[in-house]
Ligand binder design. Structure first.
Ligand code: PGA
Length: 253
C-alpha cells in the first residue's frame, strides 16, 4: 500500500506563542492515533521549524518547510537553503505552491532547481501542481498539470523520482471553500499516475504518493481520501486548528 500523507501547510500564520500552542495540541492529539499507515507532516513558517522538529521527533510527526532557495548557498540575502533545512532535521519541503508561482513568479526552471537541491539533501519535495479556473473551464487542465510535472520533474532519474511526493492542488479550490469533488480529484490523480507510468514505469508510478490540496477539511477529507488514487492531503486553513487537523489525519483510509 502506498504511503498516505497528511501535511499541514500553515502558510504565513501564527505568532511564536500561537505556533507553540498549536504544536502542543497536535502532539497531545496525535499520540493516541494509530499512525502506522499515515505520515503526518507539519509545515510551519521557517522561523518555527526548529521547535517543530523538536516536538515532531518526540511525537511521531515529520516537519516540512514551505519553500527553499534554488541556490545552494552564499550571498542571497533572506534565502534559506536545502542544506540548512536538513541541518534542522527537516524531512519535507513544499515546492511550487500556487501562491509562490503567482505572487513570487517562480518558474518551472527554478522549481526544478529546488527539487534537485532538496533531493541532494535527502529532503522529500512535495511538488504542487494544479490549474486555475479558466484552464479548467477551457478543458485544458490535464495538459496544464502534465506540463507542470514534465517541466519541473521529468529530468529526474528513477531513483530521484521515487523520492518525490506530488500534490494536486486546483488553484480554484485553494482557500476558497470550494473543494474539488472526489470524482474530480480522483480523475486528475489517476491522470497524474498515468503520465508518471508513461515516463517511469508501472511500479514506480504505483508507489508514488499523490496527495490532494484545496479546501480539504474535517468534513470532506474522508470522502476525498477514500478515492483509490488520492493518498492523503495537503491542508491549508484546516491545519491551523488542532481538532480539525486531527480529524483529517483520522480520515486516512
Ligand atoms: P486550503 O489550502 O486548504 O486552505 O485550501 C491548501 C493549500 O494551499 O495547500
Amino acid at each position: 500500500m502506498r504511503k498516505q500523507i497528511v501535511a499541514g501547510n500553515w502558510k504565513m500564520n501564527k505568532t511564536f506563542e500561537e505556533a507553540d500552542e498549536l504544536l502542543f495540541e497536535l502532539a497531545e492529539g496525535i499520540e493516541p492515533i494509530e499512525l502506522e499507515n499515515v505520515e503526518v507532516v507539519i509545515c510551519p513558517p521557517a522561523l518555527y521549524l526548529e521547535m517543530s522538529t523538536d516536538v515532531g521527533l518526540e511525537n511521531g510527526f515529520s516537519v516540512g518547510a514551505q519553500n527553499c532557495s534554488n541556490k545552494e548557498g552564499g550571498a542571497y540575502t533572506g534565502e534559506i537553503s536545502a542544506e540548512m533545512l536538513k541541518s534542522l532535521d527537516v524531512d519535507y519541503c513544499i515546492v511550487g505552491h500556487s501562491e509562490r508561482r503567482k505572487y513570487f513568479k517562480e518558474t518551472a526552471q527554478e522549481l526544478a532547481e529546488k527539487v534537485n537541491l532538496l533531493l541532494d539533501n535527502d529532503i522529500t519535495p512535495i511538488f504542487c501542481c494544479g490549474e486555475v479556473i479558466e484552464e479548467r473551464d477551457q478543458n485544458i487542465h490535464f495538459q496544464v498539470v502534465q506540463k507542470q510535472i514534465e517541466n519541473s520533474l521529468f529530468h529526474l532519474t528513477d531513483d530521484e523520482m521515487a523520492n518525490v511526493v506530488i500534490a494536486y492542488e486546483p488553484v480554484w479550490a485553494i482557500g476558497t471553500g470550494r473543494t474539488a469533488t472526489s470524482d474530480q480529484a480522483q480523475e486528475m490523480h489517476a491522470f497524474i499516475r498515468q503520465i508518471l507510468k508513461g515516463k517511469y514505469g508501472n511500479e514506480l508510478a504505483e508507489g508514488l504518493s499523490v496527495i490532494y490540496g484545496g479546501s480539504c477539511n474535517a468534513q470532506n477529507a474522508r470522502e476525498l481520501f477514500a478515492q483509490p488514487d488520492v493518498d492523503g492531503g495537503l491542508i491549508g486553513g484546516a491545519s491551523l486548528n488542532a481538532a480539525d487537523f486531527l480529524t483529517i489525519i483520522k480520515s486516512v483510509k
